[in-house]
Design a binder for this molecule. Structure first.
Ligand code: HEC
Length: 702
């Protein structure tokens, strides 16, 4: 027995040892994997600013400053920057996302919610993920699917939101799916294209579009399981059905019928987190219909459209809001990037939130309670002269509310593309300046009953089609948020340039619509370095360190929405190249791989004779929102929405009708518009042919 017992004990000990070793090995391995891939914990996220080599959150820190403490590259040596590698991203439509870098791995998302993991040192792909987004579910689904503004990482998982309303968690090591949550309803004119935000084990994502009638909201999910925890609606629904929250009851009083019949206030842009107050803060979109008179004739504020809203990050309970554009009529979304900082104002340190949204004003508000501090315009604003300090409300100028004018029209500054859009801005604590792209483009707003954008026809391209009129309309601005004025400004060849990055090396990096990336001194705006990338740039560059080397990483490739807004972005020479990540470091000598040449346009089909038909076709093209995917004046190139000027379908009246009205390509994201008649469709074809001829003739005479 003893012996036996002894043997038994020995065997037992051996077995336990083996088991223990196995378990230990497995857990050691698991730990190693977690440590290697996507190891973003609460502690690391909160201390992100000191983790100089990494760029772990969308705006680098929860307050989105996009400021890096790295100084290897600085104002005295930046002219030695050169390309070290480039990685093509098989994006269907340019890049808007900010790459994330965690411990030597880059996580990058692209349209159709593709996700890439790349080696941060070499640019080699580690894994790729494709959620196979469904198209054709609704207009909003088709639109949001073609845009993606970023992924998020948390404790070994990568999160991405899709145009068909899925929030997906991936294994950061392998790229395989862990869970999927349905976050909205794509059949009901919704879709998602923003970057999820993760805080303390919760993933937050907002609804992507409310222009076509879906109800805006932001929802929180368990980061581990994908279980929905709560949802904050941003506009009240039908008041007869009661209100989900006290906040909705409060908002209801600002709608003349007690609720938003057609939804509104989507949360498609930046979501920031303020750890000091545990506040989750986001901006909201306008509402449908965009024509404010049709939406709410009594002119209520329509909360929480066009607002900055703060919630308790744990419970989703409303804390405060500030609404810069009450009763919006111009689609001045307030979803744009926000920066949390401390500023010394009137001798006192204030905890502030800063935003430069489409309205053309730069806002500084108190992030403890949403109180208005100051606002000044950074581009000409013909809708409001200034803000009333006491109320924090805009003082509107006569004539801008087009529906009150006799002819129902108004040319308004800024137009529907805003004075600044989603392109990331950065804040440098050393200079105290905020850096962002701005542009001065008006739009013609016109009341039109049948227009798809809600009783409103917008022609944001009233300037004509030649480059002269657009040049001088864009700038890079270094804004002093305390004095509320530009410290320095650099005019740009085209409007709609990219996001910015600023560093402790006294530098600002900025990509342009014309395809260059440039470095300026952060304090004085002196141009210190520039490189041609071959592709138009809209996204924000980042910087990180790997193996002792500081790298500037620039996502290039113009996203559709930007290049469709301005045909020049699409046709600018040397800027039509593919979507890529370009990595620059001191002494880099790599060559940019050549981009495919776009062939010259062949002779378009026969021109229509009737000027009236062509003009009618132009109106229909704008009213039916064709330009959203195919470009203003059908100028779009590349991408998944074909260039209609070059389309073979332009040749055939019948084939055109089948696509545009009967919807034979709806499963590919081209929904037919059955309300259009045969002659409507034909007029639109006439308009596109006219534009094709203009381009054809200008290219052959060059
Ligand atoms: C939500 C985005 C979207 C909108 C809005 C849109 N389209 Fe399209 N369109 C597409 C996509 C995507 C395709 C390509 C489908 C495919 O892969 O074959 C397409 C294809 C087409 C084609 C066929 C082109 C070819 O060469 O195959 C025509 C013609 C067309 N669209 C016209 C229009 C018109 C006219 C409007 C306005 C009534 C419009 N589209 C609105 C996305 C859109």
């Amino acid at each position: 027995m003893k012996l036996n017992n002894n043997i038994c004990t020995k065997i037992r000990i051996a077995l336990v040892t083996i088991l223990f070793t196995m378990l230990f090995n497995i857990s050691a391995q698991a730990e190693e994997l977690v440590a290697k891939h996507g190891n973003l914990t609460k502690e690391r996220a909160l201390a992100a600013n000191n983790d100089a080599d990494n760029w772990m959150l969308n705006g680098r820190t929860y307050g989105d400053k996009r400021f890096s403490p790295l100084t290897q590259i600085n104002d005295s040596n930046v002219e030695q920057l050169g390309l070290i590698w480039s990685a093509d991203i098989a994006s269907v439509d340019g890049l808007s996302a900010t790459p994330l870098v965690i411990d030597g791995v880059i996580y990058m998302s692209a349209p159709f919610a593709l996700v890439y993991a790349l080696d941060a040192k070499t640019g080699e792909t580690i894994w790729q993920y494709n959620p196979n987004v469904k198209l054709g579910l609704s207009f909003a689904n088709g639109w949001t699917s073609r845009i993606n503004r970023g992924a998020a990482v948390w404790e070994g998982k990568v999160y991405v939101a899709t145009g068909d309303c899925r929030l997906i968690a991936l294994n950061a090591t392998t790229g395989s799916e862990i869970w999927t949550a349905q976050a909205c309803n794509a059949e009901n004119e919704d879709g998602m294209d923003g970057a999820p935000r993760v805080v303390n084990g919760k993933v937050y994502i907002g609804s992507g579009v409310s222009d076509f009638g879906s109800r805006g909201n932001l929802a929180a999910f368990d980061a581990n399981t994908g279980k929905e925890l709560w949802r904050f609606w941003t506009v009240p629904g039908d008041p007869k059905k009661g209100f989900e929250t006290k906040a909705m009851q409060m908002a209801s009083k600002t709608w003349s019928e007690g609720g938003a019949k057609n939804g509104g206030a989507s949360v498609w842009g930046t979501i920031v987190y303020d750890p000091e107050f545990n506040s989750l803060i986001f901006g909201t979109d306008s509402a449908a219909p965009l024509n404010a008179h049709d939406r709410d004739p009594l002119g209520g504020d329509n909360l929480f459209t066009n607002s900055i809203v703060a919630l308790d990050a744990d419970t989703g309970e409303y804390k405060w809001h500030y609404q810069p554009v009450p009763h919006d009529a111009w689609d001045y979304n307030t979803n744009m990037p926000m920066i949390l900082a401390e500023l010394k104002i009137d001798g006192k340190i204030r905890k502030v939130l800063m935003q430069a949204p489409k309205s053309g004003f730069f806002y500084v508000i108190d992030r403890t309670n949403g109180e208005f501090i100051s606002a000044e315009n950074f581009v000409p604003t013909s809708w409001a002269s200034h803000y009333d300090k006491a109320t924090g409300r805009p003082v509107e100028l006569p004539g801008a509310r087009y529906y009150r004018n006799k002819n129902g029209r108004a040319i308004v500054y800024p137009g529907i593309w805003g004075g600044h859009n989603w392109q990331p801005m950065s804040f440098n604590p050393d200079t105290g300046l905020v850096y962002f792209s701005a542009w001065n483009i008006p739009a013609l707003y016109e009341t039109k009953k049948d227009a798809m954008l809600g009783g409103l026809l917008v022609d944001s391209y009233v300037l004509g089609t030649d480059k002269e009129t657009l040049s001088g309309r864009g700038s890079l601005i270094a804004w002093d948020p305390v004095l509320q004025t530009a410290r320095w400004k650099v005019p740009q060849a085209l409007p709609m340039n990219g996001g910015t990055l600023t560093t402790a090396g006294n530098l600002v990096f900025h990509g342009t619509a014309t395809g260059e990336v440039k470095a300026y001194s952060a304090d004085a705006g002196q141009l210190l370095w520039s490189a041609k990338t071959g592709s138009s740039i809209q996204a924000g560059p980042i910087t990180y360190g790997v193996a002792g080397q500081q790298i500037i990483l620039v996502p290039v490739g113009a996203p559709a929405i930007a290049r469709n807004a301005l045909p020049e972005i699409g046709t600018a020479k040397n800027a039509r190249g593919p979507s890529r990540l370009l990595a620059y470091a001191l002494g880099g000598k790599a060559q940019l791989p050549p981009a495919k040449e776009i062939p010259l346009m062949a002779e378009p089909p026969k021109r229509f004779n009737s000027k009236e038909t062509i003009a009618h076709g132009k109106d229909l093209f704008n009213m039916s929102s064709c330009w959203v995917c195919h470009g203003q004046h059908a100028s779009g190139f590349g991408g998944t929405a074909p260039n209609l000027r070059r389309s073979p379908i332009l040749q055939s009246k019948e084939a055109w009708y089948q696509v545009v009205v009967e919807g034979v390509k709806s499963n590919k994201g081209m929904l037919g518009q059955s309300h259009l008649s045969k002659s409507d469709a034909e007029a639109m074809r006439g308009f596109v042919i006219e534009k094709a001829w203009e381009e054809y003739q200008s290219q052959t005479t060059k």
